[in-house]
Write a protein that binds this ligand. Structure first.
Ligand SMILES: [Fe+2]
Length: 313
């Protein structure tokens, strides 16, 4: 590595420690040709000046990882990638998520396998249709949910089909001290919506103990700690069926309803209007993502890669 590139790498490493403040969020950061400009929303930064179809230099990868920690979602503009190039780019951030075969997820085949790239599209062979997708994190109901996910836009409607991401650090930080203390050691079970789909029955927001659980339970902390930044975030989907371990039904369902009402506030969200060639990479711990229903007469074709994560703590 040249001296200039190596000094860039060192500067990026050094600035990892000091870059997570709210103040730095509003400035554009320039690294040679690479620009990282924060959005006006609660999360996200737009990345320009890099062609991610090509192998990246160490300083570029470090700059992107630093920005990813800071902004929670990165929006890469005007990209054109083959599937192989997309997988190679994603691999800078981790390995692809593969589900446990007996725990179904989006695009699971009858043997429990999923493709590395999932077509999120309202065309033949695609998943998720055109209906509303309530705010969630990918694979929250599995033992080791995803660390991060990518969506790459190939075809998008002229209007509608936007995706929203929330800032779950901010959601947690804004809770009052009493609520923070109440949830500090609570474990949350998020039941598998794909098992619910297979078994049928009425969707509920909180499991009633008079009914059998819909799927195997993998409890995770409700107030979880980000494995890289050490910051706390509220780890709770908007409408997936859940249950708090060891908490009475009335108390648990009321607490979850209160937290869900709190995190729904529009101030916690960034709205992304897709353009063809956009790739969005999101932190799948400290953000939720949400898609309202869109016009079924339009075409929306995106490709998702989800990355493996460790056990939440
Ligand atoms: Fe998702």
């Amino acid at each position: 590595m040249s001296t200039i590139a190596s000094s860039f790498t060192q500067r990026i490493k050094d600035s990892f420690k000091s870059s997570l403040s709210a103040q730095s969020r509003r400035k554009t950061q320039k690294y040679q040709s690479l620009s990282i400009t924060p959005t006006e929303g609660a999360v996200g930064a737009v990345v320009t000046g890099v062609d991610v179809s090509k192998p990246l230099k160490p300083w570029q990868i470090l700059a992107l990882k630093k920005a990813f920690q800071e902004h929670l979602i990165l929006i890469f503009k005007d990209q054109t990638l083959t599937d192989k190039q997309y997988l190679d780019f994603a691999a800078y951030f981790g390995n692809v998520f593969y589900p446990r075969p007996d725990v179904p997820v989006l695009a699971s085949d009858p043997y429990g396998n999923t493709p590395a790239i999932v077509l999120v599209a309202n065309v033949e062979g695609g998943y998720t249709g055109t209906g509303e997708l309530t705010a969630h994190t990918d694979h929250h109901w599995t033992p080791n949910p995803s660390r991060a996910s990518f969506l790459y836009a190939l075809e998008v409607p002229a209007t509608g089909g936007d995706t929203y991401w929330s800032n779950q650090y901010q959601v947690y930080d804004d809770l009052d001290d009493e609520t923070k203390a109440r949830i500090e050691h609570l474990q949350l079970i998020t039941y598998n919506p794909f098992v619910r789909k297979i078994k049928g029955g009425e969707h509920v927001l909180y499991r009633n103990p008079v009914l059998p659980p819909i799927s195997e339970a993998f409890p995770h902390p409700l107030a979880a700690t980000h494995p890289e930044t050490g910051k706390k975030f509220l780890y709770l989907d908007a409408e997936t069926e859940v249950e708090l371990v060891g908490v009475a039904y009335e108390e648990g369902s009321a607490l979850i309803a209160k937290l869900r009402a709190h995190q729904k506030n529009a101030k916690y969200f960034y709205k992304h209007q897709w353009s063809v060639g956009d790739i969005v990479l999101w932190d799948n711990y400290a953000t939720l993502h949400y898609r309202p229903a869109f016009d079924p007469n339009t075409r929306r074709v995106l490709k998702r890669i989800s990355l493996a994560g460790g056990r939440p703590f």
